[in-house]
Design a protein around this ligand. Structure first.
Ligand code: CP
Length: 322
Protein backbone atom coordinates (compact mmCIF):
# COMPACT_ATOMS: atom_id res chain seq x y z
CA UNK A 1 0.00 0.00 0.00
CA UNK A 2 2.96 2.33 0.82
CA UNK A 3 3.12 6.10 1.40
CA UNK A 4 2.51 8.19 4.47
CA UNK A 5 -1.09 8.21 5.59
CA UNK A 6 -2.42 11.15 7.57
CA UNK A 7 -4.55 9.52 10.22
CA UNK A 8 -4.26 12.46 12.62
CA UNK A 9 -7.61 13.92 13.62
CA UNK A 10 -6.53 16.59 16.14
CA UNK A 11 -6.42 19.39 13.57
CA UNK A 12 -9.64 18.30 11.82
CA UNK A 13 -13.25 19.22 12.45
CA UNK A 14 -16.22 17.29 11.13
CA UNK A 15 -18.00 19.08 8.28
CA UNK A 16 -20.35 16.50 6.79
CA UNK A 17 -24.13 16.52 7.11
CA UNK A 18 -24.57 12.77 6.52
CA UNK A 19 -22.73 9.52 7.13
CA UNK A 20 -23.42 7.55 3.96
CA UNK A 21 -20.30 5.43 3.51
CA UNK A 22 -16.57 5.13 4.11
CA UNK A 23 -15.77 5.47 0.41
CA UNK A 24 -16.12 9.25 0.61
CA UNK A 25 -14.33 9.73 3.96
CA UNK A 26 -10.65 10.60 4.29
CA UNK A 27 -8.31 8.77 6.67
CA UNK A 28 -8.43 11.83 8.93
CA UNK A 29 -12.25 11.84 9.03
CA UNK A 30 -12.31 8.13 9.87
CA UNK A 31 -9.78 8.77 12.65
CA UNK A 32 -11.90 11.65 13.94
CA UNK A 33 -14.82 9.25 14.46
CA UNK A 34 -12.55 6.59 16.03
CA UNK A 35 -10.99 9.16 18.38
CA UNK A 36 -14.39 10.51 19.43
CA UNK A 37 -15.58 6.94 20.09
CA UNK A 38 -12.44 6.36 22.20
CA UNK A 39 -13.30 9.46 24.27
CA UNK A 40 -16.83 8.16 24.85
CA UNK A 41 -15.46 4.73 25.80
CA UNK A 42 -13.02 6.25 28.30
CA UNK A 43 -15.83 8.31 29.83
CA UNK A 44 -18.08 5.23 30.03
CA UNK A 45 -15.29 3.22 31.71
CA UNK A 46 -14.99 6.04 34.26
CA UNK A 47 -18.72 5.73 35.00
CA UNK A 48 -19.86 8.66 32.83
CA UNK A 49 -22.16 6.77 30.49
CA UNK A 50 -24.51 9.65 29.68
CA UNK A 51 -24.18 13.24 28.47
CA UNK A 52 -26.49 15.95 27.14
CA UNK A 53 -24.95 16.41 23.67
CA UNK A 54 -28.15 15.57 21.75
CA UNK A 55 -30.68 16.83 24.31
CA UNK A 56 -33.74 18.26 22.54
CA UNK A 57 -33.15 16.30 19.32
CA UNK A 58 -34.97 13.26 17.96
CA UNK A 59 -33.29 10.22 16.38
CA UNK A 60 -35.50 7.99 14.19
CA UNK A 61 -34.46 4.42 13.46
CA UNK A 62 -35.94 3.48 10.07
CA UNK A 63 -35.23 -0.20 9.57
CA UNK A 64 -36.65 -1.80 6.43
CA UNK A 65 -34.58 -4.96 7.08
CA UNK A 66 -34.13 -6.99 10.29
CA UNK A 67 -31.42 -6.01 12.77
CA UNK A 68 -30.37 -6.89 16.30
CA UNK A 69 -27.02 -5.14 16.86
CA UNK A 70 -27.20 -2.02 14.69
CA UNK A 71 -30.72 -0.95 15.64
CA UNK A 72 -30.27 -1.60 19.36
CA UNK A 73 -26.89 0.08 19.56
CA UNK A 74 -28.07 3.20 17.65
CA UNK A 75 -30.95 3.33 20.14
CA UNK A 76 -28.63 3.03 23.16
CA UNK A 77 -26.18 5.51 21.63
CA UNK A 78 -28.92 8.10 21.07
CA UNK A 79 -30.24 7.65 24.62
CA UNK A 80 -26.74 8.00 26.09
CA UNK A 81 -26.52 11.34 24.29
CA UNK A 82 -29.96 12.28 25.75
CA UNK A 83 -31.81 12.33 22.41
CA UNK A 84 -35.42 11.19 22.13
CA UNK A 85 -35.74 8.11 19.94
CA UNK A 86 -38.40 6.66 17.70
CA UNK A 87 -38.39 3.19 16.14
CA UNK A 88 -39.99 2.42 12.79
CA UNK A 89 -40.63 -1.14 11.71
CA UNK A 90 -41.54 -1.57 8.06
CA UNK A 91 -43.74 -4.65 8.57
CA UNK A 92 -46.28 -2.84 10.77
CA UNK A 93 -46.22 0.49 8.87
CA UNK A 94 -48.43 2.14 6.23
CA UNK A 95 -46.04 0.92 3.53
CA UNK A 96 -48.44 -2.02 3.30
CA UNK A 97 -51.15 0.50 2.24
CA UNK A 98 -49.05 1.71 -0.69
CA UNK A 99 -47.13 4.63 0.85
CA UNK A 100 -43.75 5.17 -0.81
CA UNK A 101 -40.35 4.99 0.92
CA UNK A 102 -39.79 8.74 0.49
CA UNK A 103 -43.29 9.69 1.67
CA UNK A 104 -42.90 7.46 4.72
CA UNK A 105 -39.56 9.07 5.59
CA UNK A 106 -40.86 12.61 4.96
CA UNK A 107 -43.88 12.00 7.22
CA UNK A 108 -41.68 10.72 10.03
CA UNK A 109 -39.34 13.70 9.57
CA UNK A 110 -42.34 16.07 9.72
CA UNK A 111 -42.89 14.98 13.33
CA UNK A 112 -39.69 16.80 14.29
CA UNK A 113 -36.95 14.27 13.59
CA UNK A 114 -33.36 15.57 13.36
CA UNK A 115 -31.37 12.39 12.65
CA UNK A 116 -32.54 9.45 10.52
CA UNK A 117 -30.79 6.11 10.83
CA UNK A 118 -31.78 3.98 7.85
CA UNK A 119 -31.31 0.37 6.83
CA UNK A 120 -32.73 -0.76 3.50
CA UNK A 121 -32.23 -3.65 1.09
CA UNK A 122 -31.74 -1.25 -1.84
CA UNK A 123 -28.23 0.12 -2.38
CA UNK A 124 -28.37 3.93 -2.36
CA UNK A 125 -31.56 4.23 -0.25
CA UNK A 126 -29.80 6.44 2.37
CA UNK A 127 -28.39 8.63 -0.42
CA UNK A 128 -31.93 9.09 -1.77
CA UNK A 129 -33.15 10.17 1.67
CA UNK A 130 -30.23 12.60 1.93
CA UNK A 131 -31.54 14.30 -1.25
CA UNK A 132 -35.17 14.53 -0.06
CA UNK A 133 -34.92 15.16 3.71
CA UNK A 134 -33.50 17.98 5.83
CA UNK A 135 -32.49 15.54 8.60
CA UNK A 136 -29.00 14.08 8.97
CA UNK A 137 -28.91 10.62 7.41
CA UNK A 138 -26.86 7.77 8.86
CA UNK A 139 -26.50 4.66 6.73
CA UNK A 140 -27.16 1.54 8.84
CA UNK A 141 -26.64 -0.78 5.85
CA UNK A 142 -27.88 -0.37 2.26
CA UNK A 143 -28.20 -3.62 0.35
CA UNK A 144 -24.82 -4.94 -0.74
CA UNK A 145 -23.33 -1.43 -0.87
CA UNK A 146 -22.01 -0.13 2.51
CA UNK A 147 -22.43 -0.57 6.26
CA UNK A 148 -20.15 2.24 7.47
CA UNK A 149 -20.75 2.05 11.24
CA UNK A 150 -20.08 -1.72 11.21
CA UNK A 151 -16.71 -1.19 9.51
CA UNK A 152 -15.92 1.67 11.90
CA UNK A 153 -16.57 -0.53 14.92
CA UNK A 154 -14.53 -3.36 13.37
CA UNK A 155 -11.63 -0.96 12.75
CA UNK A 156 -12.01 0.60 16.22
CA UNK A 157 -11.77 -2.87 17.80
CA UNK A 158 -8.65 -3.70 15.78
CA UNK A 159 -7.02 -0.35 16.65
CA UNK A 160 -7.88 -0.83 20.33
CA UNK A 161 -6.10 -4.19 20.33
CA UNK A 162 -3.18 -3.53 17.97
CA UNK A 163 -2.61 0.22 18.41
CA UNK A 164 -2.52 1.10 14.73
CA UNK A 165 -3.85 -0.14 11.43
CA UNK A 166 -0.77 0.81 9.43
CA UNK A 167 1.02 -2.21 7.98
CA UNK A 168 -1.15 -4.87 9.59
CA UNK A 169 -2.89 -7.56 7.54
CA UNK A 170 -6.64 -8.00 7.85
CA UNK A 171 -8.29 -10.92 6.08
CA UNK A 172 -11.99 -10.80 5.24
CA UNK A 173 -13.30 -14.33 4.72
CA UNK A 174 -16.54 -15.45 3.14
CA UNK A 175 -19.30 -13.89 1.10
CA UNK A 176 -17.49 -10.81 -0.19
CA UNK A 177 -19.84 -10.56 -3.20
CA UNK A 178 -22.97 -9.76 -1.17
CA UNK A 179 -21.27 -8.09 1.79
CA UNK A 180 -21.74 -4.39 2.52
CA UNK A 181 -19.56 -4.98 5.59
CA UNK A 182 -16.70 -6.14 3.35
CA UNK A 183 -17.01 -3.10 1.09
CA UNK A 184 -16.98 -0.62 3.98
CA UNK A 185 -14.12 -2.47 5.68
CA UNK A 186 -12.07 -2.41 2.48
CA UNK A 187 -12.51 1.37 2.11
CA UNK A 188 -11.74 2.06 5.77
CA UNK A 189 -8.89 -0.37 6.28
CA UNK A 190 -6.99 0.54 3.11
CA UNK A 191 -7.35 4.28 3.86
CA UNK A 192 -5.79 3.69 7.28
CA UNK A 193 -2.87 1.75 5.78
CA UNK A 194 -3.82 -1.87 6.47
CA UNK A 195 -3.15 -4.64 3.97
CA UNK A 196 -6.43 -6.36 3.14
CA UNK A 197 -6.88 -9.92 1.87
CA UNK A 198 -10.28 -11.11 0.71
CA UNK A 199 -10.72 -14.87 0.84
CA UNK A 200 -13.56 -17.12 -0.27
CA UNK A 201 -14.84 -19.32 -3.08
CA UNK A 202 -14.29 -17.69 -6.49
CA UNK A 203 -18.09 -17.46 -6.91
CA UNK A 204 -18.32 -15.18 -3.86
CA UNK A 205 -15.49 -12.78 -4.75
CA UNK A 206 -16.51 -9.90 -7.06
CA UNK A 207 -14.50 -9.71 -10.32
CA UNK A 208 -11.76 -7.05 -10.38
CA UNK A 209 -11.95 -6.47 -6.63
CA UNK A 210 -8.13 -6.15 -6.71
CA UNK A 211 -8.73 -2.65 -8.11
CA UNK A 212 -9.80 -1.64 -4.59
CA UNK A 213 -6.25 -2.38 -3.42
CA UNK A 214 -6.84 -5.82 -1.91
CA UNK A 215 -5.22 -9.21 -2.43
CA UNK A 216 -7.46 -12.16 -3.35
CA UNK A 217 -7.10 -15.70 -2.05
CA UNK A 218 -9.21 -18.78 -2.54
CA UNK A 219 -7.18 -20.83 -0.05
CA UNK A 220 -7.80 -19.89 3.58
CA UNK A 221 -5.04 -22.16 4.91
CA UNK A 222 -2.44 -20.41 2.73
CA UNK A 223 -3.07 -16.94 4.16
CA UNK A 224 -3.72 -17.86 7.81
CA UNK A 225 -0.15 -17.34 8.98
CA UNK A 226 0.15 -13.82 7.51
CA UNK A 227 -3.15 -12.52 8.95
CA UNK A 228 -3.11 -10.32 12.07
CA UNK A 229 -6.90 -10.14 12.07
CA UNK A 230 -9.49 -12.41 10.51
CA UNK A 231 -13.00 -11.05 10.00
CA UNK A 232 -15.47 -13.86 9.26
CA UNK A 233 -18.36 -12.73 7.13
CA UNK A 234 -21.67 -14.50 7.15
CA UNK A 235 -22.94 -16.30 4.08
CA UNK A 236 -25.84 -14.06 3.10
CA UNK A 237 -28.37 -16.68 2.09
CA UNK A 238 -31.10 -13.99 1.94
CA UNK A 239 -29.22 -12.13 -0.85
CA UNK A 240 -28.25 -15.24 -2.85
CA UNK A 241 -30.46 -16.33 -5.68
CA UNK A 242 -28.14 -19.07 -6.91
CA UNK A 243 -26.07 -21.82 -5.33
CA UNK A 244 -22.59 -20.29 -4.98
CA UNK A 245 -20.95 -23.39 -3.49
CA UNK A 246 -21.80 -27.11 -3.44
CA UNK A 247 -22.77 -27.43 0.23
CA UNK A 248 -22.57 -25.67 3.59
CA UNK A 249 -20.53 -28.59 4.86
CA UNK A 250 -17.94 -28.06 2.13
CA UNK A 251 -17.91 -24.29 2.73
CA UNK A 252 -17.30 -24.82 6.46
CA UNK A 253 -14.51 -27.30 5.67
CA UNK A 254 -12.71 -24.92 3.27
CA UNK A 255 -13.46 -21.47 4.74
CA UNK A 256 -14.73 -21.97 8.29
CA UNK A 257 -12.62 -20.78 11.23
CA UNK A 258 -12.08 -23.67 13.62
CA UNK A 259 -9.68 -24.83 16.34
CA UNK A 260 -7.28 -26.39 13.87
CA UNK A 261 -6.98 -23.15 11.89
CA UNK A 262 -6.52 -21.12 15.08
CA UNK A 263 -3.50 -23.31 15.89
CA UNK A 264 -2.02 -22.59 12.43
CA UNK A 265 -2.65 -18.84 12.69
CA UNK A 266 -0.56 -16.20 14.50
CA UNK A 267 -0.70 -16.79 18.27
CA UNK A 268 -2.50 -13.50 18.98
CA UNK A 269 -4.62 -13.38 15.82
CA UNK A 270 -7.79 -11.35 16.38
CA UNK A 271 -10.95 -13.12 15.33
CA UNK A 272 -13.79 -10.79 14.40
CA UNK A 273 -17.27 -11.30 13.03
CA UNK A 274 -19.86 -8.63 12.32
CA UNK A 275 -22.69 -10.94 13.33
CA UNK A 276 -25.09 -12.52 13.26
CA UNK A 277 -22.80 -15.56 13.30
CA UNK A 278 -23.79 -18.93 11.93
CA UNK A 279 -22.10 -21.26 14.41
CA UNK A 280 -20.62 -24.25 12.62
CA UNK A 281 -20.61 -22.50 9.21
CA UNK A 282 -18.15 -19.57 9.14
CA UNK A 283 -16.96 -20.16 12.71
CA UNK A 284 -17.05 -23.00 15.22
CA UNK A 285 -18.32 -22.32 18.76
CA UNK A 286 -14.90 -22.99 20.39
CA UNK A 287 -13.38 -20.17 18.30
CA UNK A 288 -16.37 -17.81 18.57
CA UNK A 289 -16.22 -18.08 22.37
CA UNK A 290 -12.43 -18.57 22.61
CA UNK A 291 -9.57 -16.28 23.71
CA UNK A 292 -8.82 -14.87 20.23
CA UNK A 293 -12.40 -13.77 19.65
CA UNK A 294 -13.31 -10.10 20.04
CA UNK A 295 -16.83 -10.55 18.68
CA UNK A 296 -18.65 -9.24 21.75
CA UNK A 297 -16.09 -6.41 22.15
CA UNK A 298 -17.12 -5.34 18.64
CA UNK A 299 -20.73 -5.16 19.81
CA UNK A 300 -19.76 -3.10 22.88
CA UNK A 301 -17.70 -0.76 20.70
CA UNK A 302 -20.62 -0.38 18.30
CA UNK A 303 -22.40 1.78 20.89
CA UNK A 304 -19.37 4.12 21.17
CA UNK A 305 -18.98 4.36 17.39
CA UNK A 306 -22.66 5.20 16.91
CA UNK A 307 -22.47 7.75 19.73
CA UNK A 308 -19.48 9.33 17.97
CA UNK A 309 -21.28 9.47 14.60
CA UNK A 310 -24.45 11.00 16.06
CA UNK A 311 -22.39 13.44 18.13
CA UNK A 312 -20.26 14.67 15.20
CA UNK A 313 -23.23 15.05 12.83
CA UNK A 314 -25.14 16.93 15.52
CA UNK A 315 -22.21 19.29 16.19
CA UNK A 316 -22.18 20.12 12.48
CA UNK A 317 -25.98 20.56 12.51
CA UNK A 318 -25.69 23.07 15.36
CA UNK A 319 -23.16 25.07 13.32
CA UNK A 320 -25.37 24.97 10.19
CA UNK A 321 -28.99 24.88 11.39
CA UNK A 322 -31.60 23.94 8.76
N1 CP B 1 -23.74 -6.66 12.04
C1 CP B 1 -25.02 -6.24 11.88
O1 CP B 1 -25.33 -5.35 11.09
O2 CP B 1 -25.91 -6.89 12.69
P1 CP B 1 -27.48 -6.62 12.68
O3 CP B 1 -28.01 -7.08 11.35
O4 CP B 1 -28.01 -7.44 13.82
O5 CP B 1 -27.71 -5.17 12.87
Amino acid sequence: MGGTINTKSDTLTWHRKHLLGLEELSAGEISLILDQAAKFKKQANEGETKNNSLKGTVVANLFFEPSTRTKTSFNIAAKRLSADTVDFTAASSSLSKGETFIDTAKNIEAMGVDHVVVRHSTPGAPHLLAKHLKANILNAGDGTHEHPTQALLDIFTIRENLGSLEGITVTLVGDILHSRVARSNIWGLTKLGANVIVCGPSTLIPPQIEKLGVKVSHNFDEILAESDCINLLRIQFERQRNAFFPSIREYAHLFGMNGERIRKAKKDVLVLAPGPINRGVEITPDVADGPNSVILDQVTNGVMIRMACLYLLNQQRKKNPQ
